[in-house]
Design a protein around this ligand. Structure first.
Ligand code: NAD
Length: 355
């Protein structure tokens, strides 16, 4: 890599420790690394590769995601901080080895303040390429590494759905419950398998028709069009695709008792948490129910030897954490999202006070 050709532009953003635009023209690389907080440990968050329609759209996404990672790390007590990065792809541009290597070299400049991993548009094969030049990518398929985080995210998602069932119907069993899953990617497809074996009735949608076909053929699901899934009559709606889908327009269209899925940033604004409360729809805060992957990855960063059993135990604990959030929300008449944010901020303040 020609270090002279690397252009780094600091973007001051209030409340964030460091936000940097990365440009490396020889590899056609354009990206952003956002470190929201290293208060609780090194900033940890996936690398997302996406054809954003503008730089501002990418910046908004990475900032929201990085802050979400701080809350997720805090509430799940992973000993990591919050960060995220994005690769801004041009329309129909593909990732190249040169681009990934240049981005990995840039991550090295943060000297361990940022650890990247898999996210939308980034595969384990991409991470393996990056790992050739940086130790600061985690969740690899190598021996001793924590591997694909989506297995743990899906398990956490299933435990979260059980917590919803316990709260609403007095038993964690999903047997006979109608669960509508939006998105059948790395996590969604694994989540429906957990739910299938537990006896749930599945309704699914994905913009990729082949994935829907797979779920219908192999997991007894009923497929619906992507624009229908949000309105479908069900017990639990599980968003496992894109963010911002719970908003002033969509919340009145929901036809479910609860929303519990793994997608990041499901609420378009914090007020949408109140909208769900007003509609009497129980919401499992996204950054709690989808913390499984981070718990798994952080156990690779924080411990000398990665032990999946340890990570599993901690992911299981999300069930109790969510139940406690649901109880507090009920007794305080406040949205579950507000309660979860308050708990996360409490840990952050506590750690600041100790330092
Ligand atoms: P993925 O890219 O593998 O899957 C996303 C799926 O959603 C794809 O199959 C895609 O076709 C589908 N999709 C996109 N837009 C859609 C739409 N409008 N309607 C229906 N389907 C649509 O991603 P993933 O790793 O499975 O992650 C899913 C979500 O969970 C993302 O929001 C991600 O940030 C979040 N998440 C993932 C992990 C993880 O361990 N992978 C951890 C925490 C949170």
């Amino acid at each position: 890599m020609d270090k002279n050709a690397l252009k780094l532009r600091e973007i001051p953003v209030e409340g964030y420790e460091q936000v940097v635009e990365v440009i490396y023209e020889p590899a056609d690389l354009h990206g952003i690394i956002a470190i929201h907080s290293t208060q609780l440990g090194p900033g940890c968050g996936g690398i997302r590769a996406f054809p954003y329609s503008s730089f501002d759209q990418a910046l908004t996404d990475v900032l929201r995601l990085a802050k979400g990672m701080t809350y997720k790390s805090s509430i799940a007590q992973t000993g990591t901080g919050g960060a995220k990065s994005v690769l801004i792809l041009k329309k129909s541009q593909s990732k190249t080895k040169e681009m990934l290597i240049a981005f990995a070299e840039t991550i090295n400049l943060f000297k361990g303040r940022y650890y990247g991993g898999e996210d939308m548009g980034i595969t384990l094969a991409d991470l393996a390429i990056m790992h050739e030049v940086t130790p600061y990518v985690v969740g690899l398929s190598l021996a001793g590494s924590s591997g694909d985080p989506s297995n743990f995210t899906a398990h956490g998602g299933a435990r979260g759905i059980q917590a919803v069932c316990k709260k609403l119907w007095g038993t964690p069993s999903v047997r006979g419950k109608k669960i509508a899953v939006q998105g059948l990617g790395s996590v969604g497809m694994k989540l429906i398998q957990h739910l299938f074996w537990e006896g749930a009735e599945l309704i699914v949608a994905d913009v990729n028709a082949l994935l829907v076909e797979d779920a219908v053929n192999h997991w007894g699901a009923k497929g619906v069009a992507p624009e229908e899934i949000l309105k479908v009559k069900c017990d639990i709606f599980a968003p496992c695709a894109i963010g911002g889908i719970l908003n002033a327009k969509t919340i009145p269209q929901l036809n479910c008792y609860a929303v519990a899925g793994v997608a990041n940033n499901q609420l378009l604004t914090p007020e949408d948490g109140d909208r769900l409360l007003q509609r009497g729809i129980l919401y499992a805060p996204d950054f709690v129910i989808n913390a499984g992957g981070l718990i798994n990855i952080s156990s690779e960063i924080k411990h000398q030897k990665y032990r999946p059993e340890y990570a599993r135990e901690r992911v299981d604990h999300l069930y109790d954490l969510l139940l406690s959030i649901f109880e507090q929300s009920e007794s305080k008449h406040r949205s579950t999202n507000d309660i979860a944010v308050e708990i996360a901020e409490h840990y952050l303040h506590e750690s600041r006070a100790l330092k």
